[in-house]
Design a protein. Sequence first.
Length: 463
Amino acid sequence: MDAKRFAIRTYGCQMNVHDSEKVATLLEDAGLDAAPGEAEADVLVINTCSIRDKAEHQLYSDLGKLRAWKDAKAGRVVGVAGCVAQQVGDKLLGRFDHVDFVFGTHNLRRVGEMLEAADSGTRAAWVGEDASPERFDLPMRRPEAPVGRRHRAFVTVMEGCDMFCSFCIVPSTRGREISRVATAIEAEVLSLAEQGIREVTLLGQTVNAYGRHDVRRGQAAAVGTMPFAELLARLDAIPGIERIRYTSPHPLFYDDELIRAHGELASLCPHVHLPVQSGSNRILEAMRRRYTRERYFEIVDALRTARPDVSITSDLIVGFPGETESDFEDTLDLVERAALVDSFSFKYSPRPGTKAAEMTDEVSPEVAQDRLERLQAKQKVQTLAYHARRVGEQALVFVDGESRRGDGQLSGRDPQHRVVNVDLAPGHRIVPGDALAVDLVEALPHCLIGVPIDPALRAPSPA
């Protein structure tokens, strides 16, 4: 009998993407094969996000539609994972009788036994919190099928958050901070390098808080953690790792050692995604962010002093309860003064169980939408201006694959994490994972255009 096949639908952040990779490996270890798509799958897992209410509503819409998918073939199984699963738990089983199992962010390793139970007709939810470091002990994602070289990988270094920002549900869905043992992180990165991985992105809800509780208590050596900057230095020394990134940091946990690391570690990329959320000190206080706009500017200036070519990107929320036009103008001012290269901006979305959800001074949807559009328009101009300043530089691009345009145009990322699209001369083939040195020749709103430095690889100029 052919093995059952699975598919995973993923929403949300890079941590969720990496969790889906882990679940895929666990399902493969349980004897399943990855399906080409959901239509061919026997098992479908939806890995959910709960940062904004739209993602939660999307799940409920998806689950309603999946009844027909499940009924179309006998023996099909539907599972729900991730942050909404952690938050809602067995209520999903009560609301959707065609959902077979639910498991939260701390229970990835349960997926095999839950699937086995579902095959025997048992529906279950596993959403308990696991504070043990053993929850990190999962099989490593195996290299992808040889359709090109896999060059990039996520590595979890810590999970959870102890910050309790007033708008954020992460402490409820991901639990309290827990840092992974440094030797296990080093071993994973070393193994990835031996497989040909050249770029790793370190993941954590507040990634630069790694090890902080152990260091503060004087227990780091005993439990196997260390300051985040020291961890970066150890990973920088691993042969074969050419690029290290990390996301998402918290401004509160930038210290002199981490700033210096950006100027001293060869593989640490000149890009920092540094969420600020608002440019108004009054709103930052209401958000319980525990820093001021002035401190944010200090960090940005220090990073640029240590690494002048660093690109700074950020997350921003508009329409937070009580936000005035003056508060919003402070956010516009911060975007300009911090010279943000790019930003992810959203309208505030109340999440159940958070302090902000209890606030009554709501910003109207119309005003929030107007502010979002104004912010994004400003950022678009600023991003294009940054791209224009980069024209004339050279960059090393790690190729991801074909660009959205297609027609053989390649797309990849430079060290600053900007998308660079490149046309090649006919007859030349560059596969994902290859490094391509380019001259940056054109600026577009969402990417840069590069041409290969090697003349033999350059596409002919249009007539």
